[in-house]
Design a protein around this ligand. Structure first.
Ligand code: RUB
Length: 310
């Protein structure tokens, strides 16, 4: 029988499935499949194994908080309903529904962000983006469908080149897009009105964790007086940063930066490959969520409302 948890763990770890929203949804769907297909001996057995499976999924990538937020939501629904005394089959059904519900909420959030974010794109805009974010792409797609004429600069996003995915996707949709090397961001920034990026995690102080290079773009945008916008579903808010915890930055293999042969013939070189960085709130103008637009300094109030138990 296929092992949904191990398969999904590997797909996320190896970035076959990537992007904060997608990895949250795929993790939840793996939990659903796991619960559907496993014969549990009791409610306690289900809860114990569900938690273990959740831990395994969460360990696939450490930075995008959407992943633990989604898994924790399902586990907490299961625990609360088990405490109410639900039978094993009923509890399985509740978990099933919770998983489907998360996916539906996630899809709806992206669409709402697209509608809200598209209002911030005006005719004639030049917008720069980094990496590949569903939330961002949906904003561009909606603005384009509304007949707005704008141009996008997509940074290629070394070392994994997610910018190519963005550029290809936007071009396919008929959007005017140019792919540029990351190092050309400052050269082109004087043409740019707005920078629009996604997020993997948002801290209580409004700092945004996103693909490595995002904070450099923010700095250059600040220098050039271009607006800097972030688009993120609220399950990317990182609740424990309210307690002073830091967001772990994923370090990936040096082999994503240089091939093994190069490493072997240049033994003295240490190659670093951090996957994300932190953009401080002072470089961010707005955070676009499905609950509306927030200045980064105001995000903590939304976080307190959504995670009252933290
Ligand atoms: C992806 C990345 C994206 C965010 C938001 O990094 O940094 O900007 O995850 O994406 P990676 P979305 O390629 O390493 O996963 O809006 O799709 O959730």
């Amino acid at each position: 029988m296929r092992d949904a948890i191990e398969e999904t763990h590997a797909l996320v770890r190896d970035m076959k499935i990537r992007g904060a929203g997608r990895i949250a949804r795929v993790a939840v769907l793996a939990l659903k499949e796991y619960c559907d297909r496993t014969d549990f001996s009791s409610v306690a057995d289900l809860l114990g194994r569900l938690q273990k499976a959740g831990q395994r999924l969460k360990s696939a990538r450490p930075t995008a908080v959407s992943l633990p937020n989604a898994v924790n939501l399902v586990v907490s629904v299961a625990k609360k309903n088990a405490e109410k005394g639900l039978s094993l089959p009923d509890l399985k059904q509740v978990i099933d529904d919770a998983c489907d519900n998360f996916v539906a909420v996630s899809d709806k959030a992206t669409q709402t962000i697209a509608a809200i974010g598209a209002k911030r794109i005006t005719d004639g805009d030049v917008v720069m983006t980094h990496c590949n974010s569903e939330a961002v792409t949906e904003i561009f797609a909606t603005a384009h469908a509304q007949g707005k004429s704008f141009e996008v600069y997509a940074t290629e996003t070394r070392p994994r080149y997610q910018g190519r995915i963005t550029a290809a996707d936007l071009a396919r949709r008929g959007i005017d897009v140019s792919l540029i090397p990351d190092s050309a961001a400052r050269l082109y920034m004087h043409k740019v009105d707005k920078v629009l990026v996604g997020a993997d995690a948002i801290a209580a102080n409004g700092a945004v964790v996103n693909k490595i290079g995002t904070s450099q773009l923010a700095l250059v945008a600040h220098e050039s007086r271009a607006r800097f916008y972030v688009a993120a579903e609220t399950y990317k808010l990182h609740p424990t940063t309210m307690l002073g915890e830091l967001v772990e930055i994923e370090q990936r293999s040096s082999l994503e930066v240089v091939p093994r042969s190069w490493m072997e013939s240049n033994g003295g070189v240490k190659v670093k490959n951090p996957a994300f960085d932190v953009t401080p709130p002072e470089y961010i103008d707005i955070i676009i969520t499905e609950r509306g637009i927030y200045p980064p300094q105001g995000i903590v109030f939304l976080m307190k409302e959504l995670y009252p138990e933290t």
